[in-house]
Design a protein around this ligand. Structure first.
Ligand SMILES: Cc1cc2nc3c(=O)[nH]c(=O)nc-3n(C[C@H](O)[C@H](O)[C@H](O)COP(=O)(O)OP(=O)(O)OC[C@H]3O[C@@H](n4cnc5c(N)ncnc54)[C@H](O)[C@@H]3O)c2cc1C
Length: 411
């Protein structure tokens, strides 16, 4: 679809959002509040989605406060507050790193956004898959928020300049009734290699439990040959110490074959093809080990809504949206690539003592750590930490080494 010749009346456009995830719903809310007529098409029935809980930090709540305080208040009310990172390598004392963050059940987040969208006057159509923008009739703007496998993106992938690369580790996104009050990383040794989990509570009765390992370990443990039920039992045995008698829950809709995945890294040179604009995972993905994809999807929504308000015509708004968001995303994407690579190189770090290993894990976003031996990195970080009285420059140096852009409670 091309931008129409006439200047679109930016004050009341007809907008179709394809995908009722965080990107499509939150953009729908913001665009409707600007007076546009908005319809969201979601292929699944209402209340059905993938995944368990997702983490976020104060920065997202502050951004929501600015853009949509009503949603911010409800998200805050339903957020689970976790404290500390715990790095728990089998056979060593667990290391606790002071910090804090939040998490929320994906179902809850989507319900909050859908309720808010309805109240704002957005038309929500569930069980309404869209394969082709032409199915949407006469609209001024199509937002492709249809996720990592976006079919609207695939239709025009040459125009978007899409690149998809696959990371090598295997992972599976599970839930459990064991509530982890801290964001915990248990590492379990097996004859086939190390297996670990990223786990955190997200409400009073549930936690996310993502299991990850190298593909050689996955095959060595014969997980490639087990169905979903047998996979749950095998992983429950491996993580028995952490699960404390609780069971693991498979992803919703999992069939007989256990739904192991490899992470797909998606980038796009252009974010719009005529009036079709990419948003959220359809535009870019960031590895789950940095817990940022939902925040970035919501920030995209805010970015496009701001651009529509600030520009007089649609092409200019879409260009500004892409330029601003691509610049804001660059650092997060680099950190996420480094973090994914860190987890692909666990054997490089695992023989360190418990405290050193935990420090190296906290530094997984660092580009420097990829390029110098871990021992040299630890020495440099130690020097920066001891910088005179840990003044502001010293703290900045530690953050810089770790690859963190802004202060966090651990820095
Ligand atoms: C294991 C794992 C853990 C994660 N943990 C975190 C975390 O802790 N914190 C965090 O911020 N992020 C996390 N993420 C990332 C986060 O889930 C995504 O980045 C986020 O969901 C992106 O939102 P979205 O709206 O772009 O896409 P989605 O949430 O994927 O939504 C896309 C929607 O489009 C619908 N759809 C698809 N095709 C069509 C079609 N043809 N027609 C209509 N509808 C369609 C889908 O059904 C879906 O509802 C994690 C991801 C993974 C894989």
């Amino acid at each position: 679809m091309q931008c129409k010749d006439r200047w679109v009346k930016m004050s009341r456009m007809r907008i179709a959002c394809v995908g009722g995830g965080p990107a499509g719903l939150s953009f729908g809310i913001l665009a409707r509040r600007q007076g546009h007529e908005v319809t969201v098409h979601e292929r699944l029935p209402e209340g059905v989605t993938y995944g368990w809980g997702v983490v976020f930090w104060d920065d997202l709540l502050h951004e929501l406060d600015e853009h949509d305080p009503v949603t911010a208040t409800v998200v805050r009310k339903h957020a689970f507050h976790w404290r500390d990172h715990v790095v728990d390598v089998q056979g060593r004392a667990p290391v606790r790193i002071p910090c804090h963050g939040f998490s929320i059940c994906r179902h809850t987040l989507l319900r909050i956004l859908a309720d808010r969208a309805r109240d704002a006057g957005v038309h929500l159509h569930y069980e309404s898959p869209v394969q082709d923008p032409a199915e949407l009739g006469d609209v001024d703007l199509v937002v492709a928020g249809d996720g990592v496998g976006s079919c609207l993106r695939k239709r025009a992938q040459d125009v978007f300049g899409t690149e998809v690369t696959w990371r090598r580790n295997k992972y599976i996104w599970l839930g459990t009734s064991r509530v982890f009050d801290s964001f915990t990383f248990p590492f379990v040794g097996t004859p086939a290699g190390w297996v670990w989990s990223h786990c955190y509570g997200y409400d009073a009765a549930s936690s996310t439990f993502i299991v990850e390992m190298a593909p050689e370990t996955w095959r060595g443990l014969r997980l490639d040959q087990l169905d979903t039920d047998a996979t749950m039992r095998r992983l429950e045995e491996l993580f028995a110490a952490q699960l404390d008698g609780h069971s693991l829950r498979p992803p919703s809709g999992a069939g007989e074959a256990a739904p192991w995945l490899e992470f797909r890294l998606v980038t796009n040179r252009n974010w719009n093809a005529g009036i079709v604009a990419l948003m959220g995972d359809a535009a870019h993905t960031t590895h789950f080990s940095v817990g940022a994809g939902t925040r970035l999807a919501l920030e995209d929504a805010m970015g496009l809504a701001d651009a529509l308000r600030e520009h007089v015509d649609l092409p200019a708004a879409l260009a500004a949206y892409r330029e601003r968001r691509a610049a804001e995303l660059a650092a997060a994407q680099q950190e996420a690539r480094n973090s994914a690579a860190w987890f692909e190189n666990v054997p490089r770090y695992i023989d360190r003592d418990a405290v050193q290993f935990a420090r190296l894990m906290s530094a997984r976003r660092s580009t420097l750590l990829q390029h110098i031996p871990p021992g040299a990195y630890l020495q440099l970080e130690g020097l920066a930490r001891r910088a005179p009285a840990l003044n502001r420059a010293g703290r900045r140096a530690v953050r810089g080494l770790r690859g963190l852009r802004r202060p966090t409670p651990t820095s």
